[in-house]
Design a protein around this ligand. Structure first.
Ligand code: HAM
Length: 419
């Protein structure tokens, strides 16, 4: 055992997985940029207060925050998510609305580490500030759906709910608390504790002994104002218009306190671990105000990169993209010719590799095969003396000699035809 290893809940993302991660973000960027979202890059740590706005009854804030006092005496926290940072940034820079941004990057939560649940995990996501139109909710949800489709995932189910407006939500929480208190003896010990802190979260319990009480609990839909009901109906209508399948799940409450109105979650049915939510989001009208800005409607989602890739593994889709070389330079004259030629081939835009350490022709050809290059360029003593190189297609095609100054153009041509 080496003395140092990754600490619990963190992992090294090695090649070729790291290439797959980057490609994941590229696909996401392609989807959301086609709808006019622009990338934002936020700090990974902020004033703790920014994240305390996520709610003093949420585990993310009370139990899982990586917070510390820095050398300047500031109380800082590593970001547990990026919605709060986006809203803080919005208040700080007051951009023109609607503000449509996307992000990617790591987040930190001190959770019990297990398969699909890490202490450092990556998300991609979007946020839109300044628009309160149910058609935007549909657009946002559809972007997430399009992204899952682009990865090739087939077994992802969309759950949607509405938490009503602020007043509806408050009245519902009150009614729910009264209901659970009346049935407290039937609840599990854990849910009784949750009830004291956040009655909504009792709905999230997966414990068998809670199932009956939860099944009979009042539904948020009974508390919708006419506007909230209308908004939710319009969202469902829009999703149907786009042929996006969904399940209305009135027990979906999400883990952060800022949600109002439309909420949603994407669940992978291909994952059998406890962690099956591959993404989620919703409206959070109120968060910008909480962070010192003017009342501004907001909506967004985040998709868990680590967990979504586990779902891709389970479905056998979205493998790491190919990393095969275009060309491999074999030089048995000491390597100086390869040094120059490889540099020139790379300048011409090709993925060029070579061997090092004056290896034999046979050993270099072996490495060339492993590199999966389309073509090998071979320079031996004889070629060097005549100022030529042998260009050999790796698929067994006929090889030819070219003057050194024509090699790059010739190889570019061959690779272009092969790709
Ligand atoms: P969230 O549901 O906390 O929402 O996280 C979104 C996704 O991140 C989850 O569905 C899951 O895939 C992934 N995730 C969360 N925690 C972990 C973890 N410990 N390990 C691995 N993956 C994890 C949010 O973060 C909100 N900011 C989403 C949002 C954006 N709402 C509005 N705008």
């Amino acid at each position: 055992m080496p003395e140092f290893q990754t600490t619990p809940g963190t992992r090294d993302i090695l090649p070729p997985d790291a290439r797959r991660w980057r490609s994941f973000v590229d696909v996401f960027a392609g989807v959301v940029e086609s709808a006019g979202y622009e990338q934002i890059i936020l700090p990974m740590f902020e004033d703790l207060g920014v994240f305390q706005r996520l709610g003093d009854a949420t585990d993310v804030v009370t139990k899982e925050m990586y917070d510390f006092v820095d050398k300047g005496g500031r109380h800082i926290a590593l970001r547990p998510e990026q919605t709060a940072g986006v809203c803080r940034s919005f208040v700080q820079h007051h951009p023109v609305v609607p503000w449509k941004v996307w992000y990617a990057g790591p987040n930190f939560r001190y959770e019990k580490a297990q398969q699909g649940r890490y202490r450092q995990f990556d998300q991609v996501g979007v946020e839109v500030l300044g628009i309160d139109d149910p058609q935007l909710d549909v657009e946002v949800i559809s972007l997430a759906q399009t992204f899952f489709d682009s990865l090739g995932l087939r077994n992802v189910t969309l759950h949607i709910n509405s938490l009503g407006d602020t007043g509806d939500r408050a009245r519902y929480v009150e009614a729910l608390a009264a209901y659970f208190r009346a049935h407290e003896v039937e609840l599990s010990q854990e849910s009784r504790v949750t009830l004291g802190r956040n009655p909504l979260r009792v709905l999230d319990s997966k414990r068998a002994e809670d199932a009956d009480v939860i099944a009979q609990a009042p539904s948020i839909s009974e508390f919708f104002s006419p506007q909230a009901a209308q908004h939710f109906a319009a969202v469902q209508e829009g999703l149907a218009l786009l042929n996006i399948d969904f399940v209305v799940n009135d027990r979906l409450v999400r883990g952060l306190d800022y949600y109002r109105s439309t909420t949603f979650e994407f669940v992978s049915t291909a994952l059998d671990a406890a962690q099956t939510a591959v993404g989620g989001g919703g409206r959070y009208d109120g968060l910008v105000e909480d962070l010192g800005g003017e009342s501004t409607p907001g909506i967004g989602f985040a998709i868990g990169l680590d967990r979504t890739l586990l779902a891709c593994d389970a479905e056998g889709v979205f493998a790491a993209p190919d990393s095969g070389a275009d060309v491999f330079v074999v030089d048995t004259t000491g390597g100086r010719a390869a040094l120059r030629l490889a540099a020139d081939l790379r300048t011409a835009g090709l993925h060029a590799q070579r061997a090092y350490g004056a290896k034999s022709m046979k050993s270099q050809m072996k490495t060339a095969n492993k590199s999966r290059a389309v073509v090998a360029v071979i320079i031996g003593e004889d070629e060097l003396a005549r100022g030529v190189a042998t260009v050999r297609p790796m698929d067994g095609g006929e090889q030819s000699e070219y003057p050194l100054d024509q090699v790059v153009a010739t190889v570019v041509d061959i690779v272009k035809k092969a790709r």
